[in-house]
Structure formats: C-alpha cells, structure tokens
Design a protein around this ligand. Structure first.
Ligand SMILES: Cc1cc2nc3c(=O)[nH]c(=O)nc-3n(C[C@H](O)[C@H](O)[C@H](O)COP(=O)(O)O)c2cc1C
Length: 255
C-alpha cells in the first residue's frame, strides 16, 4: 500500500472525528436550548439563588362556589407573614404547570405563554426579602434582586400606600413578542385576556387560603419595571398585593 493511500485513510478518520465532534456539539446545544425553552426563560436569568417550592396545597376548605361568592378586593392587611407553602400555592394557581407539554393552570392563546410572574417578597417565612421570578416548569423561584421593594412598588402605583403593607406583591409581566410573532395586532388583546385569567386564579386561590388581594392596574409602567427589576423585554401588566385580611379587631383571621 502506498504512503498516499495510508495518508488518505488517516485523513478520512480525522474528517469522521471532526463530523462526530460537530454532531455531538450540535446535539448538546439543542438540548440546552430545549431545556431553557421548557423553563420559559433565557438561561441567563437563572441566578445562583434559587428556591425549590413545596408542592401546592390542595385546599379543600373552600369549594369553587364559596371562593367565587367570597371573592372581594382586600386592601387592608394584618402584619402576619405568609408561609412558603401559601406562596407556593398562589404561584402555582397563577402559572403552575399542569400538563406534560408545559400546559398551565391558566389558558394561553396558541399555548405561547407570554406571561411571567414576579414576586416582591417582604414578609414570608423561609424567604428573604427580595424580587423573585417564578419558574413554572420547575415550580421554583429564582432570585432576581435582594431587598424589600414593596415601598418602591407602592410609590410606582401612584402612591397607593396600602400596597406596601402586604407581605408579598405578585406581579404579572408579559413578553409581548412571544404572542405577537403569531398573532400580530391581536396579541395585545390576547395577552390582556391571559393576564385576566391568571389574576382571577390568584384571587380565588387567595380566598381559598384565607388570604386576600386586589388587582392593581394604576401604576407607572417604567417605575414598576425598575422597582421589580423586570427584564428589559418584560412589561408589567398588573400587581397583586397578597396577605391576611385585617379583621375588624385589627388582627388576622385565624388560619
Ligand atoms: C383592571 C383593573 C384595575 C384595577 N386597579 C385598581 C387599582 O389600581 N387600585 C385599587 O385599589 N383597585 C383596583 N382595582 C380593583 C377594583 O377597584 C375592584 O375590583 C372593584 O372596586 C370591585 O370590587 P371587588 O373586586 O371587591 O368586587 C382594579 C380592578 C380592575 C379589574
């Protein structure tokens, strides 16, 4: 066999190895992208501080009919902290994953899921004050910022000072491009409808947990975005301060 023939075989192996390395690299990149898409977030949003949430509590105490009948906007909160299990259940009601293909507790036009849930934490047992983002696919909170942002949010909401008394403020934000890519001009309408579905889930789940909330739509978008440290392409749609309703005696209703 000539030297040239032997070199040719060597070159062939080199070429096959290079192809294999390329294919393995592509498969790894695709797997990472798919996993990030499943979480509904850019990989860069994952911080070192993540909190795995307890399973949502299935509240048997209130039937759907009772929760609907008792739903009322609550703007006066007792000073009592929330439990992590209560927060986990509220977030699950808002955007929890309930189906193998990433389907959730609330409907979404084209299953494109443009909504992101942020949480401004002030007083929750087992959770440091700060801003968190709910990762639906993992039922997890990723910390976005450290520190209590409730007063800044109340100021951003046209000085509705009662907002800062709630132990947590849930924020519905949207990434409009996710829906606009398919639905164009109708996407604004669809996203607003979706935020409404999520908001009613939050209201009813709050009632079922013995908690209360009010949807807040009156705010300065830019200031809420700053205070809640929303990602640049995330637009605020509504705030939901949640806490124990203050009773006439000034305390919290019993758990
Ligand atoms: C789109 C929207 C925006 C709202 N914005 C505010 C708000 O900024 N501040 C507030 O105190 N209540 C706000 N509310 C709550 C309404 O005032 C409340 O739903 C209404 O008074 C009816 O009372 P109920 O929810 O107890 O039935 C808003 C409600 C909706 C639907």
């Amino acid at each position: 066999m000539s030297r040239y023939a032997s070199d040719g075989r060597h070159d062939g192996w080199l070429r096959i190895s290079a192809y294999l390395a390329l294919v393995i690299g592509l498969v790894a990149a695709l797997a990472l992208t798919a996993s990030a898409a499943e979480l509904g977030s850019p990989m860069a949003n994952r911080t070192s501080s993540s909190v795995d949430l307890p399973d949502p509590t299935r509240v048997e105490a209130a039937s759907l009919g009772e929760a609907l009948a008792r739903r009322r906007s609550v703007r006066a909160f007792a000073g009592q902290a929330l439990l992590l299990a209560e927060v986990a259940t509220l977030l699950w009601a808002a955007q929890g994953r309930t189906g193998p293909e990433g389907l959730r507790t609330a409907p979404s036009a084209g299953a494109l899921f443009p909504l992101e849930i942020y949480l401004a934490v002030g007083s929750v047992e087992g959770l440091a004050p700060g801003i968190y983002r709910y990762v639906s696919g993992r039922h997890r909170l990723d910390q976005v910022a450290v520190g209590d942002a409730r007063r800044a949010l109340a100021r951003a909401a046209l000085d509705q000072s009662w907002i800062a008394d709630a132990p947590v403020i849930l924020i519905i934000a949207a990434v409009p491009s996710r829906t606009a890519a398919k639905y164009g001009d109708r996407s604004a309408r669809y996203i607003a409808m979706e935020a409404g579905h999520v908001g009613q889930n939050v209201y009813l789940q709050a009632v079922a947990l013995g908690l209360g909330t009010t949807v807040v739509g009156a705010f300065d978008d830019g200031r809420v975005k700053d205070a809640a440290k929303l990602a640049s392409d995330h637009e605020p749609f509504a705030l939901y301060p949640v806490g124990h309703p203050k009773t006439a005696a000034g305390g919290a209703a019993p758990r």
